[in-house]
Design a protein around this ligand. Structure first.
Ligand code: TYD
Length: 200
């Protein structure tokens, strides 16, 4: 059986990843693919530690966060490898691009990049879909959701992360589709599917 493809969605908080992941999953299943949807931080022990820090319950430095995300990602890769080997298409909500953009903005970028990008147990995705949205629009969506906000969810921080995402994509050799996340969900979904079809 051929290996499945590994697709990652990225974007600043509020960019609409969840909606687009659901739409892509439905479209791929309609085409006969088996999809495994997953996310980082994971539900593993490391993911729980990360969520406590993201919620502001535990205080952690940027380098502690970067290291925890790497640990979480290495553990996650075991599950990702299994799904890919079983021929499943893996769709992951966030991956090392988030570490490069978020922790890379807050502590030494080169160190964060190397830890993730050069790690033999961290697979490079077949495609990264970046949903690009202006931070003020992202904040409006986050506020409309009415959930508790996380430590990174303010306009200045999201602006810094968005700029770093663009720098990351300009310097990495990975395949990235940068999609404007401002239009209606169906319009974005069509653009996402077109990019995904190129790698299937
Ligand atoms: P979560 O509530 O799962 O995300 P989302 O807002 O994407 O639905 O929280 C993920 C948060 O973790 C988000 O603020 C981005 C951050 N993050 C990092 O800082 N580095 C990473 O490597 C990853 C995977 C996420």
């Amino acid at each position: 059986m051929a290996n499945g493809k590994f697709i990652v969605f990225e974007g600043i908080d509020g960019a609409g990843k969840s909606t687009q992941i659901a739409l892509l999953k439905k479209a791929l299943e309609a085409m006969g693919h088996t999809v495994w949807q997953t996310a980082e931080p994971t539900d593993l022990q490391t993911g729980k530690m990360l969520r406590a820090a993201l919620a502001g319950k535990d205080e952690r430095s940027a380098s502690e966060m970067a290291s925890l995300f790497v640990l979480d990602r290495i553990a996650h890769n075991k599950e990702i490898e299994k799904a890919l080997a079983a021929g499943k298409t893996v769709i992951c909500d966030r991956y090392y691009y988030s570490s490069l953009a978020y922790q890379g903005s807050l502590c030494d970028y080169e160190w964060v990049r190397h830890m993730n990008y050069a790690c033999p147990d961290i697979r490079h995705p077949d495609l990264c879909v970046f949903l690009d949205l202006a931070p003020k629009d992202a904040i409006a969506r986050i506020t409309a959701r009415g959930e508790a906000t996380e430590i990174y969810e303010n306009e200045d921080t999201l602006s810094l992360f968005r700029d770093t995402f663009h720098r990351v994509f300009a310097t990495l050799n990975d395949r990235v589709a940068i999609v404007n996340a401002a239009p209606a969900p169906e319009v974005i979904a069509a653009e996402v599917l077109a990019a995904v079809k190129e790698i299937l």
